[in-house]
Design a protein around this ligand. Structure first.
Ligand SMILES: CC(C)(COP(=O)(O)OP(=O)(O)OC[C@H]1O[C@@H](n2cnc3c(N)ncnc32)[C@H](O)[C@@H]1OP(=O)(O)O)[C@@H](O)C(=O)NCCC(=O)NCCS
Length: 277
């Protein structure tokens, strides 16, 4: 039997987890289940049934879709698997008139550039295993049901499309880290992961609000923790480094073609995660 290219389903969850673990990524089973429920994906399986490669697409609103979880087992790389699944994903999105977008690792960026993706903006993953910072600044309280209306409006402006299902699902993962600014100027969510908890997204109208939200969320959860900080917020990054966070890896937001990245970059202080946008 030869390698097969196929759709990903719940029966591939164990293989999906093994793939993300092989790259030392943070997704757990809940993340894979959430992404497969928000979108769909494809895999390449070897003759013995081992899942060797994956690619997902997560449609957001009617305009664009996130290309996510482009992974190939270490021993199966440089055989064109990522490029092949990426082309399947691009064709699928083109048939639905959805613009492909993604957040790339340095290795992924090389693959995407061949397939017509262009750099837009950068962000950095910071990690901490140490003591959580103390809450800095007031005006932060737990997210309540009534907040969703303005949260979704603010997030739509920041991200460029509605991601209501994603945000509502993330808010349930670590309720203590689901916080808002009393003045309706921003929100933060957090979730557990395979290696660490991730705090994000942090969407806010200004850096002071973002810092207050982040400090309260971080003080509410146990380390280790990851935060993906936008390049336009150097003061936020400096503050995190002062709290013991260190730089782990860079990411590049990329769009296929010449269009600008949707949304308002300046409102996004921390992304939800490179796999989610
Ligand atoms: C990035 C990744 C998905 C690439 O998968 P792959 O199947 O090896 O990629 P392909 O074989 O389709 O590569 C196509 C081309 O992209 C470029 N490329 C791929 N990996 C590269 C790397 N690590 N460094 C530089 N260029 C690379 C090369 O030009 C390659 O063509 P070549 O092999 O003929 O030189 C794989 O290395 C991986 O899983 N890495 C860890 C997870 C990750 O970073 N995923 C990307 C998420 S954004």
């Amino acid at each position: 039997m030869e390698n097969t290219e196929h759709r990903l389903g719940a029966e591939h969850l164990a293989g999906c987890l093994a793939l993300s673990q092989s790259a030392n990524w943070n997704q757990n089973e809940a993340d894979w289940r959430l992404m497969l429920s928000l979108g769909h994906g494809w895999g390449i399986s070897l003759a013995d049934g081992t899942l060797a490669a994956s690619t997902l697409v997560l449609p957001y609103g009617g305009r664009f879709a996130w290309v996510s979880m482009v992974l190939v087992l270490p021993e199966q790389r440089r055989q064109g698997y990522a490029s092949s699944l990426l082309r399947v994903a691009i064709a699928d999105l083109q048939s639905k008139k959805l613009l492909p977008l993604l957040d790339a690792t340095p290795a992924g960026r090389e693959v995407y550039r061949h397939e017509g993706f262009q750099d837009r903006w950068a962000f950095s993953r910071l990690a901490s295993k140490g003591v959580s910072p103390s809450p800095a600044g007031g005006g932060v309280r737990p997210l309540e049901e009534d907040d969703w209306r303005w949260i979704l409006e603010l997030d739509r402006a920041a991200f460029g499309a509605s991601r209501e299902r994603l945000l509502r699902a993330l808010a349930k993962r670590i309720p203590a880290a689901a916080l808002v600014s009393e003045e309706k100027k921003g929100f933060v969510l957090g979730r557990e992961g395979r290696e660490a908890r991730q705090v994000g997204p942090v969407v806010a109208s200004d850096e002071q609000t973002a810092m207050a939200l982040l400090s309260h969320a971080l003080s509410a959860i146990e380390p280790p923790v990851y935060v993906d900080v936008a390049g336009h917020a150097p003061a936020l990054r400096e503050w995190l480094e002062g709290c013991g966070f260190w730089f782990q890896r860079p990411f590049t937001r990329m769009v296929r073609g010449d269009e600008p990245a949707p949304g308002e970059e300046r409102l996004v202080y921390c992304v939800a995660g490179p796999e989610l946008g």
